[in-house]
Structures are given as C-alpha cells and as structure tokens.
Ligand binder design. Structure first.
Ligand code: HAM
Length: 415
C-alpha cells in the first residue's frame, strides 16, 4: 500500500472540518486587527532562503532543480516570501502594510509528535513601522489568537535580541561567530557555549555575565536591568500591551529565536502540555527587504504553529462539535423518491444545506443516515402529505415533528 510521505498527513473530513473552523477563528481575529490576507507561492527560488539564512539552511529545505535547471525550494516559512512580495509589488503602498497568511510550510526535519515535514502556519507581518506600538500590535494579536481558540495553559515571553547581540559583540565575539553562540544560548546550553566562547578568547567573567543576562526573567521590574535603550523600549511595548488588556506576557531576555533575521523585540509562546515541541508561536521585529533588493524597511511579525496549537487544545480537552447539515430529505416510499429530489433541490437553492439518500435505502435506514450526517432536521416525504403540497419536518434532537407546507419549508428550517 502506498502511504503518504514521512512527516506529512492526510486530513480526513472530520479533522479537516475542525481545522477549517479554527483557521476561520484566526482569520476572523486577523481581520478584526485590520490585517488583509496575502498568498505567495508554495515554492520559491532557493536563493530567497539562502539569502535570508545562509547556505546551511539548504539541509533543512526541500530543495530541487526544475526541468529548466532552476534551483527551487519548498518554503520553510512565509516571512521571506512575504517580504519578497513586498519588495516586488507593495513597496510604494501606504504604510504600515498589515498582512496575514495561512498555508503549508516544509522543513526536512526528523518527524516526531508536533513536528512534521509538512506543517501549517498562520502568520502576520506589519511592514513599514518601527515603533513600540507596532510590536505591541503583533504581540496583542498573537495573544488574542491563542485566547480565541480557547487554549488556557500557555506562556508568552518577550525578549530583545538586540540586547544579546550587543553584549555578544561587546565581549569580543566576531560577527561571523554570533549565530553559533546565539544557537547555544537559545537552548540554554551554557556548557556547550563555554568552549566556543573560550576559543574566541572571551574572559570567564564576561561569559558568566552573558549567561546571567539570558536568565533575566520576570515582570517589567526586570527591565531596569536591561542595558541601553532596549529596556526603555520594551517598557513602552509592555505599557501599550497593558492598555490593550494583554497581561499574559513575561519579560525573558533568554528568548533568542531559531531564525537569524531578528534585530529587536522577539517573542515566543509555548504550551507546556506539548513537552519537547511546545513552542506554538514565535515572532519578532526584523529587516529583510534590503537583502532582496529593496529599501530597508522595518517589520514585525509572527507565526502560529497551527498544528501544534491544535494539538495543545486537544490535550487540554477542548472538543470540536461537528457542524453537520440543516436537513436530510427522506422518501417514505419509492413512488415519492423523485419528488424528494425536487424538494432537496429547492432547499439547496434557498441556501439551506441539505442532503438526500442516493443508495435506494428504505425509510428506517435513510433516517439513520440523517443521524450519521448530523442533520438538524429530517424532511420526511410521504405520498399523503405530498398530495397536500406538504411534508413532515422532524427535529432530530428532540424527535418532535409536524406537517409543514413545502413553500414554508426553507423559512421554517432557517428559523
Ligand atoms: P518559527 O518559530 O520557525 O518562526 O515557526 C513558527 C511556528 O511554527 C513555531 O512556533 C512552531 O509552532 C511551528 N513549527 C515550526 N516548525 C514546525 C514543524 N516542523 N512542525 C510543526 N510546527 C512547526 C517562523 O517561521 C517565522 N517566519 C515567524 C515570523 C513571522 N517571524 C516574523 N514574522
């Protein structure tokens, strides 16, 4: 039997209906925040991702050559593509530009619970502004999204990558080795960071100071310990969030983020129920447009790991109620079967979701089908009622039934 490729999944109708509903919830939040949707190709020139992250990124990409010998890659995330689209066609639009997106991303990773090779992101970017308000908007929307889905147990942490980068430079780490050090700090692997820093020639005391900085965690009171303007800046961000009623945030200077294009504020949300792959959302401020041939434009964005947040919701016991359909039309006998198709057609035309048996089933079995498809009403078509231009309408939840004129049926079902 042929299976779907490793790290990918089929979404069968039960699962997909649920996913579409939650995607709709996120879409709704994004629109409420004034964002408009954008779509970019699923594959891009591989160079786009190499420009962003360096040639090392190739090993985690699905990269391939097409028949015209072009180097292409499936997108591992969508920020780079959105910025490319901005440089190509939106750079003269009034700022700020606020866009959101939803779709599959592909990373050649070792699949495990919550980590796939094909996964979905719901993300947003604000382009053309570099203010605390911008960062606060992005964080507020991420928080609103998580809450709208009903997830209770999560932690949102805000940091500032500029502070760490500055400190790393100040203690003598050359630019080309910064990423290596940040990677270790990201995972709090101090024992692995020490030999690297030693090799570079960083003094022991500076090393320990750096580690201490990444351990700066707490409320706004810790911001006084943040060197430079970053502390004041983050304080502003948190003040705006406070005014917007977003209280579910914590300062954590240890937030490093895996992708290396961030320059200022960075943030992450995690759901502890997920164990190892607990990060459900990540983002921050960055500039990328100048890399892709545009002018330098400050941006802030984030992406929710859609699959992971759904997993976390499931683990919290959040259940999805299947939507079902409005009506299921049932013929009592064969002689009214074709008239029943006339009735289902009228209902559909009136905007009502309606289905009908196409397997020649008898009344009892057809009524069972009405339950299987979660119909709210069964429309029972019998010869006697039909002679009066009427049918029997049965409420599937209560079992109550009454005779209804066919002309009144759509209104009755709708109400
Ligand atoms: P990221 O942290 O790489 O950021 O990915 C965002 C989210 O996607 C993660 O928090 C995680 O929930 C989910 N995710 C990542 N890899 C996988 C995987 N293999 N399987 C399942 N879920 C996964 C970005 O991609 C940035 N583009 C976010 C951003 C937007 N920054 C600024 N704007």
């Amino acid at each position: 039997m042929v299976q779907c490729p490793r790290g990918t999944r089929d979404f069968l109708p039960d699962e997909l209906e649920k996913r579409r509903a939650y995607e709709g919830t996120l879409r709704n939040v994004a629109r409420r925040f004034g964002f408009r949707e954008i779509q970019t190709p699923i594959f891009e020139e591989a160079e786009l991702f190499i420009l962003r992250s360096g040639p090392n990124v190739l090993k985690e990409l699905y990269a391939f050559k097409d028949k015209g010998d072009r180097d292409l890659a499936l997108r591992p995330e969508m920020t780079a593509a959105v910025v490319r689209a901005f440089v190509n066609g939106m750079s003269n639009d009034p700022k700020p530009i606020k866009v959101f997106y939803f779709g599959p991303c592909f990373r050649y990773e070792r699949p495990q619970a919550g980590r796939y090779r094909e996964f979905y992101q719901f993300g947003a970017e604000i382009m053309g502004a570099a203010t605390p308000e911008t960062d606060a908007e992005a964080i507020a929307m991420a928080s609103f999204m998580i809450k709208s889905l009903g997830l209770k147990n999560y932690k949102m942490r805000i940091g500032h990558i500029g502070v760490l980068r500055q400190r790393i430079a100040d203690i003598g780490v050359p630019a080309e080795r910064t990423a290596e050090v940040l990677q270790k700090l990201d995972k709090k692997l101090y024992d692995e960071a020490r030999p690297i820093l030693k090799d570079i020639g960083v003094a022991d005391a500076d090393m320990e100071d750096l580690f201490k900085l990444t351990e700066t965690v707490g409320g706004t009171e810790v911001l006084s310990m943040v060197p430079g303007d970053a502390g004041t800046y983050l304080k502003e961000v948190v003040d705006y969030l406070d005014h917007m009623g977003v209280k579910d945030v914590e300062i954590d200077l240890g937030v490093v983020r895996g992708l290396d294009y961030y320059t200022g504020m960075v943030f992450e949300a995690e759901a502890p129920v997920l164990g190892a792959e607990k990060q459900i959302c990540g983002g921050g401020s960055y500039t990328l447009s100048e890399l892709f041939g545009g002018e330098k434009v400050f941006s802030t964005g984030f992406a929710v790991g859609f699959d992971r947040i759904l997993l976390a919701m499931e683990k919290e016991g959040i259940e999805y109620q299947r939507e079902g359909i409005d009506a299921y039309v049932v013929a009592v006998s064969d002689d009214v079967r074709k008239d029943s198709f006339g009735i289902v057609a009228k209902l559909r035309e009136a905007g009502i979701s309606a289905d009908i048996d196409i397997m020649g089933r008898k009344l009892g079995k057809a009524m069972k089908s009405a339950s299987t498809v979660c119909a709210r009403y069964a429309v029972i078509v019998g010869a006697n009622e039909l002679a009066r231009d009427a049918v029997t309408l049965r409420d599937m939840a209560t079992g109550e039934q009454c005779e209804v004129a066919i002309a009144d049926l759509p209104a009755k079902i709708r109400n």
